[in-house]
Each structure stands twice: as C-alpha cells, then as structure tokens.
Design a protein around this ligand. Structure first.
Ligand SMILES: [Zn+2]
Length: 238
C-alpha cells in the first residue's frame, strides 16, 4: 500500500448507550464492507474488523455479547462521555471545572478498565484534543499520576493494552494520546501491548503521523507494537 501499511483495522464507533440494535447494525455493516475489501486487497493488506466500543462499562452484558461475536478481530474500549454527561468533544472548556472533569474522567476510565470489555484502552486523555489553548494551560496532568497508574496496572495485569493515538500529533498537541509519560508508566507496570491508531475518520488521514507515534513508542522503551486478528495480538518490531 502506498502509505507503507501492512495492515489496517477499521474500528467503527459502537456506543453501548445507543442500544443493542444500533451496535449490531454498525458491526454487521462493517463486517460486510470488510468482507469485500478483503477480497479486493487479498495478499496486499491485512484487514481487521474492529470496533471502538464506547463506554462499555455502561452496559456490561451488551458489551460482553458484542465481544463474543466471533468475527470481531479487535476492540478499542473508549470513554467519550461520563454517564449522563456531554461528550468531551462538546464541553465548553473555558467555563468547565477542569480538575473536577479530569477526576470524573479517571474514575470512569478505571471502571471501564476493570470491566475487561476491550482489547486496548483508546486515546487516554481524549479531552486534550478538544481543549482550547487557555484551558490546556489550566490542565496539570502530572497531578493525576496516581489515578492513571491505578488504571494502567489494571490494564497491564489483565494482559490488555493501550492505544497510541496519533491524532494528537496531527492536531498540534505535539504528542500522541496519551503522552510519553503514560506510555513509560505502562511499560514500568508490565504493560506489553500497544497498538497504533490514527483515529482517521476520513481516508486521507489513514496512517497519519504513524512515524511520529512510533518515535514516542520507542522513546518510552517499547520495541514493538501489536496488531490484532481474532482478538489476539501479533507483535511487530519497530
Ligand atoms: Zn474515540
């Protein structure tokens, strides 16, 4: 492929709060699209059926049912909104109580991590992507080291992974989501599984900033990344 990718996982959004029918509608649609792509790219590109399972801890039975679908290769567990709250995409950060918001985020992210309904945790510190410059100045991520470490320990001890989401690099943050300190902490608590995601949403961004993400991954002491097929990671050296 012209962007040098050996494989790609399509991870369409599937929010459990939207209900069972909506979730399986997304998944079944993706399965049939991937089936025709696999025919077209046979021997050229490895293609996985994935899903970005939104807020799986809000409905664990439904999440488990989705995870039991034998055709799904890869599941990113993500947190875009707390129960009854707005998507972090839609928050007015200049008026928000940033500290209360971050504490609430980590509380639910821990709940998500403990649910076990994912292969990797997606874009930790997702909010950073949408914060205004001035709100970002009021954000001191170093004060949440303990909360983050607790989450990373749960993920690592379950043999699961985290996503290095390169969108932060493409959007001027200067680092992926999460940043280098979280990646290093994950390695220190025994985490081994890292996937790289461009969070592209449009074709032009597929594979965007992957070299940058690899640099961060290496800088944090990792020598490989994972690609999932059949919910199992295979590792590729960097
Ligand atoms: Zn997401």
């Amino acid at each position: 492929m012209s962007r040098g990718l050996a494989g790609v996982a399509f991870t369409d959004h599937c929010d459990v709060d939207a209900g069972r029918d909506a979730c399986f509608g997304v998944i079944n649609g993706l399965k049939s699209e991937v089936a025709s792509l696999r025919e077209a790219f046979d021997g050229i590109l490895e293609i996985s059926v994935g899903c970005e399972l939104g807020e799986p801890h809000h409905d664990v039975p439904l999440s488990r049912e989705i995870l039991a679908d034998g055709d799904i290769d890869f599941v990113i567990g993500s947190l875009h909104r707390r129960r009854g709250d707005l998507d972090y995409h839609d928050i007015d950060y200049d008026r928000a109580d940033i500290d209360a918001m971050m504490r609430g985020y980590y509380e639910e992210l821990l709940e998500l991590a403990e649910s076990g309904c994912y292969d990797v945790l997606g874009h930790i510190n997702y909010q950073e992507r949408y914060m205004s410059e001035s709100a970002r100045c009021r954000l001191d991520l170093s004060s949440y080291g303990g909360e983050v470490l607790e989450i990373l320990k749960v993920v690592a001890s379950a043999g699961k992974g985290i996503e290095v989401n390169s969108s932060g690099l493409g959007r001027g943050l200067g680092h992926p989501l999460p940043d280098a300190d979280v990646l290093e902490a994950f390695r220190r608590v025994g985490g081994e599984v890292l996937t790289i995601g461009s969070d592209a949403h449009i074709a032009a961004r597929v594979g965007g900033e992957l070299d940058g993400a690899v640099k961060f991954l290496k800088g944090a002491g990792f020598g490989r990344f994972a690609f999932f097929k059949g919910r199992k990671p295979s590792f590729h050296d960097v």
